[in-house]
Design a protein around this ligand. Structure first.
Ligand code: SAH
Length: 518
């Protein structure tokens, strides 16, 4: 499709609303365009999380602009950039926070494009006013409280003589007022509203970083809000919502009530696997810091596996101890021109449900899943079936625990280990890891295997137990199962959360329970 747009169309600039911060709030049209962009010019308030949709190789330009402070580019430079790229025939997405035409200078950018004869299109976005109200549990209108809303900029100094804002009319002219860019001028804004007839007892909400895991809201009245905002240290970007509808928050507040809201959880997993746990925790409101400790890589040589695949029908069992083993095994199987049909007649065992579910996707219904999802559990259930003299193939990581192999060999099984992938420690950033821990930015760390524990600790590189304890002071530890937990305690640390079932879902649930009880 990129090709199509490129070949059949001259350059065009798309002004796209990114929404308020939650990346899920961009429009489908906006996402469609990002996926085809050749150039993306994005703002401070347009969440960088959306950049994952942009094709590799596209030019990314950060246009900055943080209320009042340092500007990365002036508005003139931005306008010029858009005109230049459009003229070069590029498919340009100008990504702007919220809605491009609501206090976003979108109109000015389009005027420049129009003057230069560059084709353009505008895609609206969820403006931060509606998002802030909604995510703070405030319906912006309500039949019983208000029939009108006004969006106002608080950026203008309300004492300036030639102000565009007529506060005498605004103060009582609209039921709900939503004020953008008003934190700095909050005292004068409040004073003007009250002076011009708005009841000092009118409820007010101030919402910072609305719709993101950092959302922070402060509730008061016109009389109290200035002090409250000061004492809570609220800085931009924040919105001010004024009106009786703010009262409904008592009933409707939903976003901040999610069980893990306000919790910062570091998820240490292989980069390839982090997403499921992160998605679940975020759904419960957590702010996840993904920390990659392990990286999976294919092997240089598949000689052993290839040899065994040639005589695969001599095997009685194939055992899979992880979903990665499944993925890499089948990848190689397919590369060798074979598929699941070549495994006919061989029984298949999986260490747990996730591994079993994945096998089904490859067309294999497993014959055995142990009650306890560990290598020990798998070994035990095989012993129950009797495996003496049986040929067993175990495709797995290059380095792994030998417990399954040893137990089965111990009872006379012919076990062949075929490495199919390797775990290499990720090249993480030690300074960054230490910084977030030292700043107390992490409430909990999750471990989903012994190697995530070991690699996390070696990356952290504490010189002794005291230093390690200092880094992890106040940080809770969640471990997926007993083996992982033992690795944690072997390192002199305490496990705070451990589910009964060793699955990602159960770990997620156990973390929710842990904080619910607190
Ligand atoms: N076009 C944007 C507004 C740009 S003006 C929109 O439609 O939302 C910038 C102001 O928007 C900030 O000063 C702040 O008042 C508000 N704002 C933007 N994103 C916000 C967010 N996530 N939380 C609270 N306020 C936000």
């Amino acid at each position: 499709m990129t090709e199509q747009i490129k070949q059949t169309r001259p350059g065009k600039v798309y002004l796209v609303g990114a929404g308020p911060g939650d990346p899920g709030l961009i429009t489908l049209r906006g996402k469609y365009l990002l996926e085809r962009a050749e150039v993306v010019v994005y703002d401070y308030l347009a969440t960088p999380k959306l950049l994952k949709y942009v094709p590799k190789g596209a030019e990314l330009i950060y246009a900055g602009k943080k209320g009042g402070t340092k500007h990365t580019h002036t508005q003139e430079e931005i306008n010029q950039m858009l005109v230049d790229r459009g003229r070069q025939g590029k498919m340009v997405v100008r990504l702007k926070g919220g809605d491009p035409f609501i206090f976003g200078r979108g109109g000015e950018e389009i005027e420049q494009l129009a003057a230069a004869g560059i084709a353009f299109e505008v895609v609206p976005g969820v403006t931060s006013a509606t998002a802030a109200a909604t995510y703070a549990g405030i319906p912006i209108t309500h039949r019983e409280y208000t029939a009108s809303v006004a969006f106002v900029t608080g950026h203008e100094d309300p004492t300036k003589k030639d102000s565009n804002i007529d506060w005498s009319k605004l103060a009582t002219g609209a039921g709900t007022l939503v004020i953008y860019m008003g934190i700095k001028n909050l005292p004068t804004i409040v004073e003007n509203l009250v002076k011009n007839g708005r009841d000092a007892q009118t409820p007010v909400a101030v919402v910072r970083w609305a719709s993101t895991p950092e959302q922070h809201s402060v509730i008061g009245t016109l009389e109290t809000i200035v002090d409250k905002v000061r004492s809570e240290g609220i800085k931009p970007p924040a919105l001010i919502v004024v009106g009786e509808v703010v009262k409904l928050r008592d009933t409707i507040d939903w976003f901040e009530k999610r069980p893990l809201f306000g919790k910062r959880i570091m998820v240490t997993r292989t980069r390839e696997q982090a997403s499921e746990l992160v998605a679940g925790l975020e759904e419960d409101g957590a702010n996840c810091l993904e920390f990659s400790t392990i990286h999976l890589e294919p092997l240089d040589s598949y000689e052993i596996l290839d040899g065994e695949l040639e005589r695969i029908n001599e095997y009685h069992w194939i055992l899979f101890t992880s979903i990665n083993a499944v993925k890499y095994f089948f990848h190689r199987l397919h590369e060798q021109g074979m598929d699941s049909r070549d495994l006919k007649g061989v029984a298949v065992g999986a260490v747990g449900r996730a591994t079993g579910d994945l096998l089904l996707k490859y067309g294999i219904r497993v014959d055995l899943i142990p009650e306890t999802y560990t290598a020990e559990g798998l070994a035990e259930s095989l012993l129950d079936l009797g495996v003496e003299g049986r040929n067993i193939l175990i495709p797995r990581a290059l380095k792994a625990r030998e417990i399954l192999t040893e137990t089965l060999r111990g009872v006379g099984a012919q076990v062949m280990v075929a490495p199919v992938y390797q775990n290499v420690p990720a090249q993480g950033d030690r300074e960054q890891l230490r910084r977030v821990l030292e700043n107390g930015e992490v409430h909990m760390v999750t471990f989903t295997s012994s190697s995530t524990v070991n690699n996390f600790l070696s990356l952290l590189g504490a010189s002794d137990q005291d230093e390690l304890n200092r880094f992890l002071k106040g940080v809770k530890i969640a471990a997926i199962g007993p083996i992982t937990a033992k690795t944690v305690t072997d390192n002199g640390l305490r496990v705070d959360v451990q589910p009964n079932e060793y699955t990602i879902g159960a770990l997620n649930q156990a973390i929710v329970e842990y904080y619910r009880k607190k």
